[in-house]
Design a binder for this molecule. Structure first.
Ligand code: FES
Ligand code: FES
Length: 174
């Protein structure tokens, strides 16, 4: 079978994988063990396969793996910081926003992209950000509450990270 080499970064780790030219990104990620990327409708309708591609939520079932060449991917496996859950993950648990969990990875990633862009979003903005992630269990209220609750914590965390990056850059430069 004809293959090609793909170089990309997944959850902060540089990878080089052999892929078939027509392989979908969803299939590749699951083949490589990222099972948090769920296979749902495979038509771009349910959002279960959501990943962040260069920081933007996309349905990995609609993208060829080859289109990820040189790009940066975040899957749900890369959201926690070591043993410490991301504030969004904590909030989903605290608010009972996780039931069967099938949609949760995609929802958290969509919410993460929103909070990077809008650290303190309105409820309407949260609902819009989660609109592409279908959930059969929660009725959406709890996930929306979780994202709203996580916003200030995420914002504070991002500020701390930015300050740490700035301090590290200053140290290297001096
Ligand atoms: S599996 Fe990709 S949107 Fe449903
Ligand atoms: S928690 Fe089951 S689909 Fe959302």
């Amino acid at each position: 079978m004809k293959t090609m080499e793909l170089r990309l970064t997944v959850n902060g780790v540089s990878q080089q994988w052999s892929i078939a030219p027509g392989e979908l990104l969803l299939d590749l990620l699951r083949r490589q063990g990222y099972f948090g990327v769920k296979r749902g409708c495979e038509k771009g309708e349910c959002g279960a396969c959501t990943i962040l591609l260069d920081g933007k939520p996309v349905n990995s079932c609609l993208i060829f793996a080859a289109q990820a060449e040189g790009r940066t991917i975040l899957t749900i496996e890369g959201v926690a910081h070591g043993d410490q859950l991301d504030p969004l993950q904590e909030a989903f648990l605290d608010h009972g926003a996780v039931q069967c969990g099938f949609c949760t990875g995609g929802m958290v990633l969509s919410a993460k992209a929103l909070l990077e862009r809008r650290p303190n979003p309105t409820e309407a903005e949260v609902r819009e950000a989660l609109a592409g992630n279908l959930c059969r269990c929660t009725g959406y209220l709890k996930p929306v509450e979780a994202v709203l609750a996580a916003a200030p914590a995420s914002s504070a965390t991002m500020k701390r990270r930015r300050a740490a990056r700035k301090a590290a850059a200053t140290e290297v430069a001096s």
